[in-house]
Design a protein around this ligand. Structure first.
Ligand code: ATP
Length: 886
């Protein structure tokens, strides 16, 4: 890397980095440099190291308790038990380690997918790479909307403006140049450099990378502040809180069981071990990890469908989103702009492509001027391929070519001397060209914005005073009402080269072009799904209200007979910080905001948030960045979006599909629902264990469960079915419910009722079989214990069938159709059977042979718990018209 590259001549910078100004780095040296300097990343959230994952497992308070129990066992000379507990510690830590490793890997994979990209020149070719692959010496090509990937010395600039607020706090973009600067220039004056994390707001440039990753200016700043914060999503935090609360509750309960058992004359060591095992069994230590896996898996599944979620926590917000603000062009429409209607002078053409190449229309002076304006006031390369660039400008270029104009020679004969670039607030652009001794100015933009600068109008006879503005207003509205995107054109000739201020003074109006941009076919069905899901879609666009309304109606966002109130023309509307009640009502009622400026986009997002909505915002330009950041969920388009928009967003739609957002929201809801479901499952199983042991101990029944058995149960029922539930595909009607309340706890009151109900039913089955075997069959204690153990295994596995919500059918629902659940059941039963067959394990678990009659009893009692839970739920529904869980 180079010291003070801004103060050294460019040649020296290139030489000291061993690069080449034209060809860039050789592909062969890239790997070498990557090894030397590392990836171009500043680890804001460092991936957790493997050894940290392992030590975290071992430094778990639950394992301390187990460890204490094993030492006690050794002290009391129960060697087998001591070893068995040590094995349990290893298995439990091992499972925790692999699960967390899996979660960390998925996170890393996800993060890589969300990374921004940049064009570089390597071995003489321009290629696009991920920003983290940039190495010192790389030649990067910067375009409007790019995020600068590393610190770099500029080699060439073309009107390059860079916003450096990320670094300097200064929000006004800085004009860049390439001259060498004095040694002591402060960073704010280093105009021949671009810095990592800053944003190209206009123009383009070429630069050689002088520093990457933590050696960049941004890297220095970030290193001062944060050193690798470990990532925790709010959901994980909520789950951790829940776990902590349960730990205390269970510890209290375990001590109670130990004391009661001991007073009742049980062996003290056995009671201590039972207490310990109970505590361990009842604490859902796997909760946060299983949740992370569920989240990460869901996100990976989405990524296969071209939706990239950059941060895990976005998923929770997605499930809660109730307003989606969307732009129009390209999201709701095809963005296949095509010149359609042309209004020029006193003439008009309805179907532009019906004009013949040989047509006399081309000779009309106004028409001809408009064609020139279309080519000259246009930033697209005449040879650009359609689909890559501004579609309006590309379609103008295409139409000119269709009519036989030669854009390349037009551009060559009219060199551009000045440009007032298009700006979403100004809504027009202008260019000045030399034309012999004189200068020609061409402008194009939104009709209302341009017309205020037009004093004259041109028709077939010449240039006259522009007295027909209101007639033209009506003409534009007629075009817009047909859904056409309109663009006004104006022109002037000057003696002197205009300045960027005078360029728009005293213009001559030429006419209007209406562009066809059909609505996307798939959007209507998606909007219908949103309606059912309680999500409102709002169009927020810079376009004309008429065009916006028509497209909104075509995609079903507005009814055909919608009241005019539903469309707000934002430029005539001040939202303000504290709108009064009527304004609030009007804003909440609106479905289309037209002629919106970028600042107003931000105001709209803030307004909804203030009114307790969770807002998803779709955007693609640099101007959308503040609104994308402010929205609860910023959504950027992968193809159309600028790098800056993608960087600011939480979700990237790789194939630009509006319908893909529906997938993401659905998945967000499904994952949240799955997590809620396995929490209910785990807690009800744990409660069943506590109740069975606790009640048996207080009634002086033979202890239905031994410590090792509880640990074994815990390892099976905690892990496999919970994981399987976490991978569920969700209920069919998930998009027919209102959005989740983000403030609500994971487990609501109804869920707690269910946990208690299921826990009680399972423990009743266990205690029932104990009572029956003890009082009626008068079986030996060991057999009773074994029967209770098997009943608990089965009842807990059957418990998964209690979980489906909102479904009438007990037989066909998202649990019974989840293949993973069946796999988990088979696996759990297989492991239990294996434990029974393998003598040392059977001994450690105190398992004796059971008869067929006893096994049938076990199955009946276990099934009984499921039937009991279902009957209770259904009777409650019958009596109160509602199931406890929905
Ligand atoms: P949408 O929601 O349809 O994507 P938008 O919010 O992106 O629209 P802008 O692209 O800011 O809207 O366009 C606003 C208005 O500016 C357009 O209606 C059009 O009249 C004008 N306009 C758009 N693109 C250009 C351009 N390249 N040159 C000049 N004027 C333009």
């Amino acid at each position: 890397m180079v010291e003070k590259p801004f103060a050294i001549s460019l040649d020296k910078v290139v030489a000291s980095l061993d690069s080449h100004a034209e060809l860039g780095l050789d592909r062969e040296v890239i790997q070498e440099r990557m090894n030397q300097y590392g990836p171009n990343q500043i680890p804001q959230y460092a991936p957790k190291k493997r050894w940290r994952i392992l030590t975290d497992q071992l430094l778990n308070p639950i394992l301390y308790i187990l460890f204490a129990a094993s030492i006690l066992a050794f002290i009391f000379n129960d060697i087998l038990e001591g070893i068995a507990i040590l094995i349990v510690i290893l298995i439990s830590a091992g499972i925790g380690f692999f699960m967390e490793l899996q979660a960390v890997r998925s996170l890393e994979e996800l993060r890589k997918m969300g990374q921004s990209k940049i064009f570089v020149i390597r071995s003489g070719k321009s290629i696009q790479i991920k920003s983290f692959e940039v190495v010192p010496g790389d030649i990067v090509l910067l375009r409007t909307g790019d995020i600068v990937p590393a610190d770099a010395r500029l080699m060439a600039v073309d009107n390059l403006l860079v916003k450096e607020s990320a670094l300097t706090g200064e929000s006004v973009p800085v004009t860049k140049q390439t001259r060498t600067l004095p040694q002591h220039s402060p960073i704010t004056d280093q105009h021949n450099m671009v810095f990592r994390g800053t944003m190209v707001t206009a123009g383009s440039g070429k630069a050689i990378v002088t520093a990457t990753a933590k050696h960049t200016q941004l890297g220095h700043i970030q290193q001062l502040g944060i050193d690798a914060i470990e990532e925790r999503t709010p959901l994980e935090k909520k789950l951790n809180q829940l776990s902590r609360w349960l730990i205390w509750l269970t510890l209290f309960f375990a001590i109670f069981v130990i004391i009661v058992g001991y007073i009742r004359g049980n062996d003290f060591l056995l009671m201590v071990e039972t207490g310990v095992a109970l505590a361990v069994a009842a604490i859902p230590e796997g909760l946060p990890i299983v949740a992370t896996i569920a989240l990460a898996q869901g996100m990976l599944r989405l990524s296969k469908r071209q939706v990239i979620i950059k941060e895990l926590e976005a998923v929770q917000t997605l499930g809660a989103t109730d307003i989606i603000c969307t732009d129009k062009t390209g999201t709701l429409t095809e963005d296949r702009m095509k010149v359609h209607a042309i209004l020029y002078g006193d003439e008009s053409v309805d179907d532009a492509y019906s004009i013949e190449v040989s047509s006399s229309v081309k000779e009309h002076p106004v028409f001809n001027k408009m064609m020139l304006a279309g080519v000259l006031c246009n930033n697209e390369d005449p040879n650009a391929i359609k689909g890559q660039g501004d579609s309006i400008e590309l379609s103008l270029m295409e139409f000119a070519k269709y009519l036989g104009y030669n854009p390349v020679s037009i551009k060559e004969n009219n060199p551009e001397l000045l440009e007032l670039p298009f700006d979403a607030t100004r809504k027009f652009m202008a260019t000045a060209h030399s034309h012999g001794e004189r200068f020609h100015v061409y402008t194009k933009g939104a009709f209302e914005s341009l017309i205020i600068h037009c004093d004259f109008i041109m028709n077939a006879t010449g240039i006259i005073s522009f007295d027909t503005k209101s007639e033209w207003h009506a003409k534009v509205n007629t075009l817009a009402d047909q859904g056409l995107r309109t663009l006004a054109f104006a022109y002037k000739e000057t003696q002197k080269l205009p300045t960027s201020k005078s360029i728009i003074e005293g213009l001559t109006f030429l006419g209007i072009i209406g562009f066809l941009d059909p609505a996307r076919n798939d959007v209507k069905a998606t909007i219908d799904i949103y309606k059912k899901a309680g999500i409102k879609v709002v169009m927020v666009t810079g376009d004309h209200p008429g065009t916006s309304k028509k497209i909104a109606q075509e995609v079903g966002l507005l009814e055909m007979d919608a009241s005019p109130d539903k469309v707000i023309i934002a430029k005539d509307f001040v939202i303000g910080d504290n709108p009064d009640a009527t304004v609030i009502k009007r804003l909440l009622n609106a479905s289309v905001f037209a002629r919106v400026t970028p600042e107003q986009k931000l105001d709209i997002v803030k307004f909804y948030q203030k009114n307790n909505h969770i807002v998803g915002m779709i955007g693609d330009g640099i101007n959308d960045v503040p609104a994308l950041k402010k929205a609860d969920i910023g959504i950027a388009m992968g193809i159309r979006g600028t790098e800056a928009a993608r960087e600011a967003a939480d979700v990237i739609l790789k194939n630009d599909g509006f319908t893909a957002i529906e997938l993401a929201i659905r998945q967000g809801r499904v994952i949240f629902e799955n997590i809620r479901q396995f929490v209910v499952y785990l807690l009800s199983c744990n409660l069943a264990e506590i109740l069975s042991v606790g009640i048996a101990a207080s009634l002086n029944f033979p202890s239905p469960l031994l410590p090792m058995q509880i640990l074994f149960l815990n390892l099976i029922t905690d892990v496999f079915p919970a994981l399987a539930l976490g991978l569920g595909k969700g209920e069919k009607d998930i998009m027919e419910r209102p959005p989740n309340n983000p403030k609500a706890p994971i487990i609501n009151r109804k869920d707690w009722y269910n946990i208690i109900l299921y826990g009680l039913c399972i423990s009743l089955a266990v205690l029932g079989i104990v009572a029956y075997a003890y009082l009626v069959l008068e079986l030996p204690t060991e057999t009773i214990n074994n029967m209770a153990f098997y009943t608990l295994v089965m009842a807990q596995l059957f418990n998964v069938f209690n979980l489906p919500k909102h479904t009438e059918s007990f037989w066909i629902n998202e649990v019974t159709t989840n293949i993973w659940v069946w796999g988990a059941i088979v696996l759990s039963l297989g492991i239990t059977f294996g434990a029974y067959l393998i003598t040392p394990v059977a001994e450690a678990l105190s398992l004796d042979p059971v008869s067929m009659h006893q096994l049938i009893l076990v199955i009946l009692f276990a099934l009984g718990s499921l039937v009991l839970a279902q009957l209770t739920k259904r009777s409650i529904k019958y009596c109160f018209g509602k199931t406890p869980n929905g």
